[in-house]
Design a protein around this ligand. Structure first.
Ligand code: GLY
Length: 350
């Protein structure tokens, strides 16, 4: 079992990573009334096991994916919490991927002016990213994640056993974020990934990998909890182009796949800026390929890519802020990049 502390003063909490944690949840959970928030699909797969491990609780089911992150779903969820008599000493348990965690986290932040939430992520993406750090949100018709709050969980419980039922493509999507942590902060993680491939990763490897990613994320969150200082922004390596590609392909290219291509484009720009050597650029590409992730852009209009990136809040005075890798496991640089350089990198990456 690995325990990582997120040190945020009064809002500090632990991230516990262990195989088989799902059967020992009650050892870790706070006392008081509890509501378990999850989807029908996850409930079907894990209801008996989880319900038994949590003990007495109210179950509230929410839709899968982005469908969960809507006003009406939030309102129904809050109604369910009121009906079940949850009070200010109670705890919400979010069991699911990023969407369930975002919705439940936001509900926890506003229900009775804020109650405890325990995050139990079931996807690799949520394990290494969204369950940690307190970003919560629902969507608005005008855009994703436009309404939300920073509300740190009281605890994050990660059991890689949940990954056994996750489709391979989803695991790979999460592995793109894992590679990101290797590049921006953790050379040993990068080496560990180089020494393996997606098929040879064991359950123990996954505990090690997830714990290493969680530790990196925790350090960034501690230094820049509300993402205002340009420190936490480093976690967006690969995301600037990645988000645009996801959006322009109507999510045919999933999050991790977008991030994978985005990491390559950012690495190219980084070489152009003299921040990254060709040798390290090649190592990044090789690892992304070995994990079955794309390194080339799909057939999309590059002008649209640039337009979407400009719309993104990272755009400043015509330039777009990129997270540029400076080596393997080294802190990246945040730089404003002009359109000609971006276009050149996109063209080179067809
Ligand atoms: N997913 C990036 C962050 O939590 O800041």
């Amino acid at each position: 079992m690995q325990r990582i502390k997120v040190a945020l003063g009064a809002r500090s909490y632990s991230i516990v990573v262990a195989s088989g944690l799902v059967d020992r949840l009650s050892e870790h959970l706070p006392t008081g009334k509890k509501a378990l928030i999850t989807t029908k699909e996850i409930n079907k797969l894990y209801c008996e096991r989880v319900a038994q491990a949590i003990g007495e609780h109210t179950l509230i089911l929410v839709p899968d994916g982005e469908e969960a992150k809507q006003w009406n779903v939030l309102e129904n969820l809050l109604g369910g919490l009121l009906d079940s008599g949850l009070d200010r000493g109670s705890t919400i348990i979010a069991l699911g991927g990023g969407s369930v965690g975002d919705l439940a986290g936001f509900a926890a932040s506003i229900y009775m002016r804020g109650i405890k939430i325990v995050q139990i992520p079931t996807t690799l993406l949520a394990m290494v990213d969204s369950s940690i750090g307190g970003k919560t949100a629902i969507n608005h018709p005008r855009g994703k994640n436009l309404v939300g709050s920073f509300w740190q969980p009281s605890l994050v419980l990660i059991d890689p056993l949940f990954l056994e039922t996750l489709p391979t493509r989803e695991i790979r999507s999460g592995l793109a974020e894992v590679i990101k942590y290797g590049v921006i902060n953790d050379p040993e993680l990068f080496k560990l990934l180089e020494s393996k491939n997606p098929e040879s990763l064991t359950a123990e490897d996954m505990v090690e990998i997830v714990a290493r990613c969680a530790a990196t994320k925790a350090r960034y969150v501690e230094q820049d909890e509300e993402d205002r200082l340009g420190i936490r922004a480093a976690l967006n390596y690969g995301h600037t182009v990645g988000h645009a590609v996801e959006k322009l392909t109507n999510h045919d290219v999933n999050h991790g796949e977008g991030v994978a291509v985005g990491m390559v484009v950012a690495a190219l720009i980084s070489m152009e800026h003299g921040l990254l050597r060709e040798k390290e650029y090649q190592l990044i590409i090789k690892l992304i390929e070995e994990y079955g992730l794309p390194t080339k852009l799909p057939e999309i209009d590059f002008s649209e890519v640039v337009k979407v990136m400009h719309k993104d809040k990272k755009a400043e005075s015509g330039n777009i802020v990129f997270v540029l890798p400076t080596g393997i496991g080294k802190a990246p640089a945040l730089r404003q990049v002009g359109e000609p350089t971006i276009r050149k990198a996109l063209e080179a990456n067809r």
